[in-house]
Ligand binder design. Sequence first.
Ligand SMILES: [Zn+2]
Length: 104
Amino acid sequence: MFFFFTCGTHTFTSRLKGYEHVTTQCQNCGNFTANCYKRWEWFTFCFIPIIPFSLKPYHEVGCHVCNFFQDMKYRPDVQAQGGGGQQIPMQGYGGQQGSQPQYK
Ligand SMILES: [Zn+2]
């Protein structure tokens, strides 16, 4: 018998509940093509998800044009559009204090 032990990662991606209808502007390319996604990365062993990389799924705003993903906590404007009932105060938005990590 010969076994292959394959380790890897698997990312579960789905549309974020309550935000299915939300299409917003991508802060990277400027197109109104960004949608809200729930992403959850898991460590897999033999293609079976074993350990999640984080305790909770990431809530992200993703753009399919430039493939840019941004954590939703940086997009209070998007959160305000969702049906989650979470009202985040627009603190500091529009000020662009330059402290947002922009990964490309
Ligand atoms: Zn984009």
